[in-house]
Design a binder for this molecule. Structure first.
Ligand code: THR
Ligand code: THR
Lengths: 161, 161
């Protein structure tokens, strides 16, 4: 049987930010990330979901923990310019990801990862997926335990990754 | 100069769903995607962002348009079990993605994609990124124009991808 999951990775020392209720009109996302790019701040895991109120939206992203202060400053200035509702910041973020070819084509892989973390009492703070990767943000204090649980769930110890 | 972006892809015939204000406690995401996996519904682009109210969260994902009805049914049943606020569905979704090695390491690439779509008056409905991919969901009616704009922005025509 081809194993759907070929490995698990852990990124620690991260932080997450969100800009809340920006106007949902063309060009706004460009303005938000243009301001961060001007300060040479690398961002990761940009997420904009499906907002109940179609006239506004929230945009969430992850940065290295050492970039949290300048990123928050930039974001707060953009939020004022856009009349957004505000900015959230959280420096307690670690990203646990599983990778594998055609991971998302198998309906049960994501569910089993989420459920295994749930059974262990680990709360998932954020989720982001692509065709070959499923990432969960968890509290940094639970990062190592989360990696072990996912590692065991998909029997990753048996191959030398 | 190494081109950061090696190609652009388009996925049409998609739909997006969201379950709103589920309790933000361990195991909930597993329950949502377990229900969908039981009905063998493949999901793509799962997104859970940073919610203002830390006791609840929304989860958004994309399915093939032909799976929208069964997915919505499953999601509505889970929403009732979890006392979620409700379910949103939108069948007007096309996913435009750029891919490239170490894409997100260059702070300006995401900003320039978002801004180019903004200048063309194309609204971005959802965003999801990984280290090597940036995806924007747009209205299906704007999909082809969005691909052309991104294609020209990153001079993709010059190489045979
Ligand atoms: C909302 C949901 O993701 C929950 N936090 C969980 O861990 O399953
Ligand atoms: C909210 C933001 O993404 C907006 N819809 C845009 O297109 O830029």
């Amino acid at each position: 049987i081809q194993r759907p999951v070929s490995g698990v990775t852990l990124d620690r020392n991260q932080a997450r930010l969100a800009i809340l209720k920006v106007p949902d009109r063309p060009g706004v996302a460009g303005e938000v990330f243009g301001a961060l790019a001007e300060r040479r701040i690398s961002v990761d895991m940009i997420i904009q979901a499906f907002h109940e109120d179609r006239s506004v939206n929230d945009i969430t992203f992850v940065v290295k923990r050492e970039d949290l202060a300048p990123a928050k400053e930039s974001l707060t200035a953009v939020a004022a310019r856009l009349c957004a509702e505000g900015v959230l910041a959280d420096e307690d973020v670690a990203k646990v990801s599983i990778v594998g070819a055609a991971l998302m084509d198998q309906p049960g892989v994501a569910a089993s990862m989420f459920s295994a973390l749930g059974r262990a009492g680990i709360n998932i703070k954020m989720i982001s997926t692509s065709e070959i990767r499923i990432s969960c943000a968890v509290s940094d204090s639970e990062a190592e335990r989360a990696v072990r649980i996912v590692h065991d769930l998909f029997h990753l110890g048996e191959t030398d990754s």
